[in-house]
Design a protein around this ligand. Structure first.
Ligand SMILES: *Cc1c(COP(=O)(O)O)cnc(C)c1O
Length: 363
């Protein structure tokens, strides 16, 4: 499989949820929820954090709390959630091309897309590789733009010794079961400005401030105690999970090194990666097969890979033709990218087999 959710020893989870039976408190900011929020702040090295039921609703809450208007510059090389969040909040996504080295938004192309309607930038850290956070910060400062990062892929990543969640105005992490670290479903916003905390708390719970008071039209995006319990039990395993994935990534790189036309990402200096995915780019001219052919041939060996991200969000039927965008690099990558199986329990023998098959099936 391309991914496999991490599950802790079942007894540890059973033990943790016994507390829920004792307290009879199932949701609405229970003891486990608050403990989880605090522990995540510490692990991510951030000043403030607010938990949500999932990453997508957290992202929409961030957009609403920052009161974005008009146009927001973003990337089409992402999961549906990022673009949908903007559109669902009544904003116009303006698509910027990506950088071929990291598959993240090309910060040198941001300025040309800014208009008097631009209120923010919504970049996405991709595959465990951070955006050029310093360049984005410079542009945002110069033009007075807000920055919200979609950090669904980069839990635990650090840049220059700083937690990735400390960059920009607000950062969203997804804690979905398929991510490196999860609480079954879940999301968290991290931010410096503690004035945002009250706004996020209102948004995630219907805007309710007291027994008889509803202050604003919020939504329901609360994390429950069973999710928090899973997160708390998983947290002590995260460093080990990332270490295992690192070993797997190094084995993939060694196994694929000598194959012409198979490109993969190396570690970036000064970055602590989390190895959330192992993407390759298939160059047909040198390798002899297209990405789609590799995807199908591997499937015939029961090796399941994923065309991720493909298609670009701008090419979804619901968005096609609606937004302009010169997206040469994004299209190049989306047509050639394939993520290989990556999860802590994957054996090095399996990694070697996968590399051998990729070597053998080329024409
Ligand atoms: C998973 C993901 C999301 C959405 O997170 P959920 O917790 O599933 O709502 C958003 N953006 C990206 C890039 C993702 O991979």
């Amino acid at each position: 499989m391309v991914a496999k959710a991490f599950l802790p020893p079942i007894d540890e989870y059973k033990h943790k949820i016994e507390q829920i039976w004792e307290s009879n408190w199932l949701t609405n900011c229970g003891v486990l929820h608050n403990e989880f929020e605090e522990k995540l702040s510490r692990y991510l090295h951030v000043a403030n954090s607010t938990l949500f039921s999932n990453g997508h609703l957290a992202l929409e809450a961030a957009i609403k709390a920052l009161e974005l208007t008009g146009e927001v510059i973003t990337t089409p090389f992402t999961f549906a959630s990022t673009t949908h969040a903007l559109v669902n909040c009544g904003l116009t996504p303006v698509f910027c091309d990506i950088d071929l080295e990291t598959c993240t938004i090309d910060a040198t192309k941001l300025e040309a897309l800014i208009t008097e309607k631009t209120s923010a930038v919504l970049p996405v850290h991709v595959f465990g590789y951070p955006c050029d956070v310093y360049a984005i910060e410079r542009v945002a400062k110069k033009y007075g733009l807000k920055v919200i990062y979609d950090a669904a892929h980069v839990f635990g990543v650090e840049v220059g010794g700083r937690g990735i969640g400390t960059f920009g105005d607000v950062t969203m992490f997804s804690l979905h079961a398929t991510k490196v670290f999860h609480s079954i479903e879940g999301g968290i916003l991290t931010y410096d400005n503690n004035l945002l905390t009250r706004e996020f708390h209102l948004l995630r719970n219907f805007g309710i401030t007291g027994p008889d008071v509803v202050e604003s039209p919020g939504i329901n995006a609360k994390m429950n105690e069973f999710q928090a319990a899973m997160g708390l039990v998983n947290l002590p395993y995260i460093d080990e999970e990332i270490a295992k994935r690192r070993t797997i990534a190094l084995a993939y790189r060694a196994g694929l090194r000598a194959i012409p036309g198979i490109i993969y990402l190396e570690d970036n200096p000064g970055v602590k990666h989390n190895y959330s995915y192992f993407p390759i780019v298939v160059q047909e001219e040198e390798y002899g097969l297209t990405r789609n052919a590799v995807h199908e041939k591997l499937q015939s060996y029961n090796i399941f890979t994923r065309k991720y991200f493909y298609p670009l969000t701008i090419d979804y039927p619901c968005y096609r033709g609606k937004f302009p965008g010169k997206l040469t690099n994004a299209r190049y990558i989306a047509e050639r990218v394939l993520t290989l199986p990556m999860y802590g329990q994957l054996t090095l023998a399996d990694v070697n087999t996968i590399c051998e098959i990729i070597k053998e099936i080329r024409n």
